[in-house]
Design a protein around this ligand. Structure first.
Ligand code: HEM
Length: 398
């Protein structure tokens, strides 16, 4: 049985009911209004898998130049100053992504596995020693930012402070329709910190991402310290909260589905990760600016429109995923678009999968079973992100 569609004449991503459970609204949009317009917010919404995937791939009509978030303080022609190359189109995007990819290599990511395991073990062991365990605040919110610091080359003594700043960048109070001042202040502090680290590594390079990027910058005069700092800040924005939420969602849905939890604990960790990414993906939409008047399903959307591509809905489209509302670790998830598609395909997908695998492997190695307290869990409130800020649980150690 699928879920009951919820009629939404005006889809509002800030609606508390949508935060709680967006999937009934998505089901209605896909069937009844596949090219939706919210007049009050003046946003357009595509919800079917075929339309979302095509939009993500088509950079000539669906531009990233105004950024990828609908919040007014990031949406606009200056978005690249905060969001780096995710807010650029080819050919500039291709050039900058090519430059940073020379430092952010698959080899550098794969080589992080032992350090990630050590970071995960430390946080899991400390968490299990406590009486009041919270899977999100004690484990998920600590590992990804420490891993980004490890990759970048942030010294161990600074990591706690950087973790606090990284988590503040993503903080949104319930109902917020724009980025709060304290998050903007944290972003600026982080940029300031990275600028100092870049200067230090230029003087005395080491085997880390910042040193590798200073070497790239030395060969390209258009790629300076500000661009390196903006990229590092993008890594935090794109790779910290997302991976935290993937872990929280994986624990939550496995807890809600005991048969699937047993399959995960029997060793199907990759199915656990992939199905969680599909079923309740952490980045619910990516926004695009429509370059020219475009007719879709008989509706003309004007040039300049802010278009939400609903990734969360595409991943639940029954036209692509049979029995789509069932959480099933054994299903084929290859068509999901949780990491986007096309030129902006997530640069950190391999790192996110590696981190999630290592943390969940270590979790299963240390924990025989766990039980979440449904009355005490707290959802994260943000128009784009799905996850939890608190998942209090009781864990039975092995
Ligand atoms: C579960 C975890 C993650 C999810 C679901 C996710 C999702 C996404 C999505 C949907 C995009 C596409 C943006 C677009 O189409 O405009 C993206 C881009 C990006 N992601 Fe991730 N991400 C995750 C983790 C990470 C991590 C761990 C990193 C690195 C530390 C990272 C770095 C990036 C970067 C640099 C981009 C920009 C790529 C470009 O514009 O060319 N992400 N991510």
């Amino acid at each position: 049985m699928g879920i009951q569609p919820r009629q939404c004449d005006s889809f509002n991503p800030y609606d508390p009911e949508v935060y709680e459970d967006p999937y009934p609204s998505y089901a209605w949009l896909r069937d009844e209004d596949p090219v939706h317009h919210n007049e009050e917010l003046d946003i357009w919404v595509l919800s079917r898998h075929a339309d979302v995937a095509a939009g993500l791939r088509d950079h000539t009509r669906f531009s990233n130049s105004y950024g990828v978030l609908i919040e007014p303080s990031t949406w606009g022609p200056d978005a690249y100053k905060q969001l780096s190359f995710v807010a650029m189109d080819p050919p500039r995007h291709t050039h900058v992504r090519g430059l940073v990819s020379r430092g952010f290599t698959p080899r550098r990511v794969a080589a992080l596995e032992p350090q990630i395991r050590q970071i995960a073990r430390e946080h899991i062991n400390t968490a299990l020693e406590q009486d009041d365990l919270d899977l999100v605040t004690d484990i998920a919110s600590k590992v990804p930012m420490d891993v980004i610091s490890e990759l970048a080359g942030v010294p161990a003594a600074d990591r706690k402070r950087i973790r606090r700043l990284g988590n503040l960048c993503a903080h949104r109070p319930p109902g917020a329709r724009d980025i709060p001042a304290e998050s903007l202040a944290a972003i600026h502090s982080l940029i300031g910190y990275y600028m100092e680290l870049i200067a230090e590594r230029r003087r005395a390079p080491r085997d880390d991402l910042v040193s590798a990027l200073t070497a790239v910058a030395a060969e390209d005069h258009e790629f300076g310290d500000e661009d390196i700092a903006a990229f590092l800040t993008l890594l935090v924005g794109a790779g910290n909260e997302t991976t935290q939420n993937l872990l929280g969602n994986a624990w939550y849905w496995a807890w809600r589905n005991p048969g699937q939890r047993a399959a995960a604990f029997d060793g199907n960790i990759s199915g656990w990760i992939e199905e969680t990414l599909r079923y309740d993906c952490v980045a619910q939409y990516m926004a695009r600016r429509l370059v020219e008047d475009t007719v879709m399903h008989g509706v003309t959307v004007p040039a300049g429109a802010c278009m939400m591509l609903l990734i969360g809905s595409a991943n639940r489209d029954p036209r692509v995923f049979p029995d789509t509302d069932r959480y099933d670790l054994s299903r084929d998830t290859s068509a999901m678009v949780a990491f986007s598609s096309g030129p902006h395909y997530c640069l950190g997908a391999a790192l996110a999968r590696l981190e999630a695998r290592v943390v969940l492997e270590e979790f299963v190695a240390h924990v025989a079973d766990y039980d979440i307290d449904p009355g005490a869990l707290r959802r994260l409130y943000g128009a784009n992100t799905r996850g939890f800020t608190a998942l209090p649980a009781v864990a039975k150690a092995r």
